[in-house]
Design a protein around this ligand. Structure first.
Ligand code: DGJ
Length: 748
């Protein structure tokens, strides 16, 4: 071998080695910074820039939460965990010590994380620490029952950028007996001792989703849940807890979390006898039973949670950032949402080639980037009574298939999207006539319909394979860029008669896992296809479905005024980027309310802009205005969709005002949307103080609609706009303004 080559080889190898050592050192430091274990005190610590979370192994070998809140100094050595002694026989240590993950057994009265029963009738479970592994930003803690090899692994994953921790559990039956799990949570989050907590959560119904509720946390339980088989409109699996009760947007301690699960779920917020607050979340134990034969295991969904001292506004911004960086399929850099047109409100089921092509031409003329054909294109689908399940293009409506329409849409420089509702079937369909046993049902019992449809049992392998094949074929044979994936009813009679009776309640989990599996496999085989989750509006929005879909339809309610509070509620938990918002017709079908096209556009431009109006009814002036707004939206959408959202004036509680501000991540642009519902008593519009600007930079405003009052500076420092604010000349009913602040060179 050439000696020079030998030398150069060993030198480069040495360099690689040195580099590796440096990188390992950096990695070790980073690791030390995020998750640490002190073997002397048996304390685990998770530290990010603004948050610390700690738990320890107590003298009974149980895992006990020690701290969760603002960042502690690295040098603060947390003392070892000790069980709470319990002050009377009625409040024993196992119930009053803050267990990190509690089995139901021993003297346990708080909400358990895991409750099970063995075939022999034994139902006692006491979990003890066994071992752990730390790998980068993840931690696994192994627990085992004190008498039986029933193993639980708690998995923690930390996002250092936001301080959000994801927790889940794996339950393994290594005993010789079969057992049944009656309830299993992903995690319990214990808050620091305090008595002035209050809870926020989201409730709703069809066309009235995302209503923010606030209540004081007092002794007892508040249960947020869905028993409906899917996420549901009624409650959303999100919570926020604040200390102090003033719920300021910009300051205050807030603990918040969201469960990544699209099936029946439950989050219990509990204040115990010593006023300890504990939030437990996972599969809904209602009508749930999971048999676990020896050697079998089951894992839970992930329950994410975070903390901030920056108020509920910052809690939302952390979640938004986390969703785009860690959850959505295109993370960490999701594509900007294209401006879309959807034909549903224009045509309902009456779609055909000529009509859709005409709408596509009109949509393209205003700058739309994606044309979506909604319900009605397949089978005998002329209304909601028939055809669902028969995913064959209707030959009367589209004599040459979908290709001519898709080609036309492409020629107009838009991509093409299509509506599907793959999990459902109308009894009046070829699919149901061929496979009446494919739906959820109890033999011999009625099959309740919702919107004239039944739910296909996706937990069945044959149904799962059929649904996958239908969609895979559709996407393989047509140039489709986007699926609007709808789901228009909740479950009833959730029987699965084809499997043994003790296996049937697994349907709640197997169904959702197969749904996720189909979505994941479709995305893998068709990587350019994007998907929207829709469930009669916002009935299936959660961090689980968002792991597989690029956006969601928050509500069928497209009234631009109702939308202000719907969008406000949505923003507490979910990012504006995933929130589709259409401009539709006036008067709106929901409330018969008339609003200007400007108002409708500005309401929808707060999220991912879509247009759902009947363009055949638009005047030349409407087209001109729409073209202008679509172009303006494209110039601000990075800030709106992926920037930082500040809720400046709340539309809740019958407030006549509403205002939001979106600041781009680089701080170069801020977009202010302001709305006036009704002028009253000749009061001026409240002065709007911006947030999140660089106080030393200079910003110049331009108005998209609705000017500031005369005399307002045109250019000023960030400090000026944030402290002095801007006065807007909004008067009358249903008025709106949108002002863009662009950073200009130089400091103040
Ligand atoms: C319910 C959805 O939310 C609507 O947007 C529309 O797609 C209809 N279904 C179609 O049936």
């Amino acid at each position: 071998m050439n000696p020079a080559a030998t030398f150069s080889l060993s030198w480069s190898a040495t360099r690689r080695l040195l580099l590796a050592c440096v990188l390992m050192g950096v990695a070790a430091m980073a690791q030390a910074q995020t998750i640490r274990y002190d073997a002397t005190t048996r304390v685990f610590r998770i530290d990010t820039d603004a948050m610390s979370y700690a738990f320890g192994v107590n003298e009974s070998d149980q895992l006990q939460t020690l701290y969760w809140g603002a960042r502690l100094a690295t040098s603060d050595a947390l003392p070892a965990a000790h069980t709470n002694e319990g002050n009377v026989s009625f409040d024993p240590p196992a119930s009053t010590s803050l267990q990190e993950y509690a089995g139901w057994g021993g003297s346990m009265y708080v909400e358990p994380d895991l409750k099970l029963r063995y075939a022999d009738g034994n139902r006692d479970l006491v979990l003890h620490y066994v071992s752990h592994q730390i790998k980068g930003d993840t931690l696994d803690v192994h627990l085992r029952d004190i008498r039986q090899p029933l193993d639980v692994t708690l998995h923690y994953v930390v996002d250092p950028a936001t301080g959000i921790i994801g927790r889940s559990a794996l339950i393994e039956n290594h005993t010789k007996q079969a057992l049944t799990i009656d309830s299993v949570a992903a995690a319990s989050w214990n808050l620091p001792a305090a008595e002035d907590y209050s809870l926020r959560y989201l409730t709703g119904r069809w066309a009235g989703e995302w209503q923010l509720q606030t209540r004081a946390i007092t002794p007892g339980n508040t249960v947020l849940e869905s028993r409906r088989g899917s996420t549901g409109h009624e409650n959303n699996p999100w919570f926020a807890i604040e200390r102090g009760g003033d719920w300021a947007e910009d300051h205050g301690d807030v603990w918040f979390g969201a469960l990544a699960w699209s099936g029946s779920w439950r989050i219990t917020v509990e204040q115990g006898v010593l006023h300890q607050v504990r939030v437990t979340g996972g599969f809904n134990p209602f009508d749930f039973a999971w048999p676990l034969a020896p050697g079998e295991s089951v894992s839970t969904p992930v329950f994410y949670a975070g903390y901030t001292s920056g108020g509920i506004g910052e809690a939302s911004r952390l979640l938004h950032r986390f969703e785009l960086a860690q959850i959505v399929p295109q993370h960490p850099k999701p594509r900007l949402r294209p401006v879309l047109y959807n034909s549903w409100e224009a045509t309902n089921f009456a779609v055909d080639q000529a009509g859709q092509e005409h709408l596509a031409e009109l949509a393209a003329s205003i700058g739309v980037e994606r044309f979506v054909m909604d319900d009605g294109w397949f089978g005998a689908r002329n209304d909601d009574h028939a055809g669902l399940g028969d995913w064959v293009v209707n030959p009367k409506k589209f004599p040459h298939g979908l290709k001519p329409l898709i080609d036309k849409v492409h020629a107009l420089k838009m991509d093409f999207g299509l509506w599907v509702e793959p999990e459902m079937v109308n009894p009046d369909s070829d699919l149901y006539r061929a496979h009446p046993d494919w739906v959820l049902n109890f033999p011999g019992r009625p099959r309740s319909e919702g919107r004239n449809q039944l739910v296909l049992n996706l937990a069945r392998q044959d149904v799962r394979d059929h649904v996958f094949k239908v969609l895979d074929d559709l996407l393989s044979h047509n140039d489709i860029a986007f699926l609007k994936w709808d789901y228009n009813r909740n479950w009833s009679e959730p029987g699965w008669p084809q499997v043994a009776p003790d296996q049937q309640q697994k349907v709640y989990v197997d169904y959702v896992r197969n749904l996720y599996g189909i979505l994941a496999e479709l995305r893998k085989r068709h990587p350019n296809v994007e998907i929207e989750s829709c469930s009669g509006g916002g009935g299936r929005v959660d961090l689980g479905i968002l792991g597989h879909t690029d956006e969601v339809w928050p509500s069928d309610n497209t009234d631009p005024f109702d939308r202000l509070s719907i969008q406000d509620g949505f923003s507490y938990a979910y990012a504006p980027a995933v929130m589709m918002a259409w401009v539709t017709d006036s008067p709106n079908w929901v409330n018969d309310r008339s609003t200007s096209l400007d108002y409708r556009f500005l309401s929808s431009m707060q999220g991912s802009l879509g247009i759902g109006a009947n363009l055949l009814h638009w005047s030349p002036q409407d087209f001109a205005a729409a073209k202008k707004y679509v172009a303006e939206y494209k110039a601000i959408r990075t800030s709106v969709q992926q920037g930082k959202l500040y809720r400046l004036l709340s539309p809740r509680d019958n407030s006549p005002h509403a205002a939001t501000e979106s600041v781009s991540r680089d701080g170069a642009q801020a977009v202010l949307f302001a709305f006036l519902h009704a002028s009253q008593m000749k009061y001026p519009y409240p002065r709007v103080r911006l947030q999140g600007l660089d106080p030393d930079a200079r910003y110049r405003w331009r108005s998209l609609h609705g000017a500031p009052v005369a005399g307002t500076l045109v250019e000023a420092s960030g400090a000026y706009w944030m402290n002095h604010g801007i006065d807007l000349a909004l008067k009358g009913d249903y008025q709106a303004a949108a002002i863009v602040f662009d950073r200009v060179g130089g400091k103040r």
